[in-house]
Ligand binder design. Structure first.
Ligand SMILES: CC(C)(COP(=O)(O)OP(=O)(O)OC[C@H]1O[C@@H](n2cnc3c(N)ncnc32)[C@H](O)[C@@H]1OP(=O)(O)O)[C@@H](O)C(=O)NCCC(=O)NCCS
Length: 163
């Protein structure tokens, strides 16, 4: 998966990338919580299928985003959903568009494979640049303003009808 920006390349992360992926999260969050979370999600069969994307600069891994699946099979008509978490960019590569590229590439891929909704718990000031919330979606008060829900595949009729 190539990006328009020649400096950064986005590709699917593989099992062999786990240590590099965890190092990105450790550097960005300054904690072992997110690196552990990434390993936990990748090992969790109930999170599958996951979308794990790595951004690299000259083959050096600099950013990572993870989406995991949400299953709601009981809903009539079905609803294919995913959760975005976590996202990280190495501090020395931040504010160069890498995070945005990872979000956009991930949402595009999920949209292409038929995902209807993507949830994220994050700052709307940041995620709102790359996402939008359904107008008719009501979220609990505590969910705002510190978080945002959005949908990746813009199927408004299906969204209203089935989710
Ligand atoms: C959040 C993060 C992934 C953004 O990566 P990035 O590559 O710097 O993002 P982009 O270059 O696409 O966008 C940078 C812009 O977002 C802004 N931004 C970054 N984090 C933000 C936040 N929490 N709230 C509001 N704005 C934020 C920056 O100030 C910058 O603004 P500018 O364009 O006006 O200068 C990165 O800062 C990071 O890894 N942070 C630590 C981990 C984290 O908080 N992850 C997200 C929660 S899971």
């Amino acid at each position: 998966m190539a990006t328009a920006d020649e400096k950064f390349h986005i590709r699917m992360a593989e099992a062999a990338d786990l240590a590099a992926v965890q190092a990105i999260h450790r550097a960005a969050f300054g904690s072992d919580i997110e690196p552990d979370l990434v390993a936990e999600i990748l090992a969790d069969p109930t999170a599958r299928p996951v979308l794990s994307l790595l951004a690299a600069s000259d083959a050096q891994p600099v950013g990572h985003i993870l989406f995991s699946a949400v299953h709601l099979r009981e809903l009539e008509g079905g609803c294919v959903m995913a959760i975005l978490a976590p996202l990280a960019v190495r501090p020395e590569f931040q504010r160069r568009g890498v995070g945005g590229m990872l979000i956009e590439a991930g949402l595009q891929h999920l949209s292409d494979i038929g995902v209807d909704l993507v949830f994220v718990l994050g700052d709307p000031k940041y995620y709102g640049r790359h996402t939008r919330s359904p107008r008719n979606m009501q979220t609990p008060g505590w969910f705002r303003p510190s978080s945002l829900m959005f949908w990746a595949r813009f199927r408004e009729r299906s969204f209203a009808a089935t989710c």
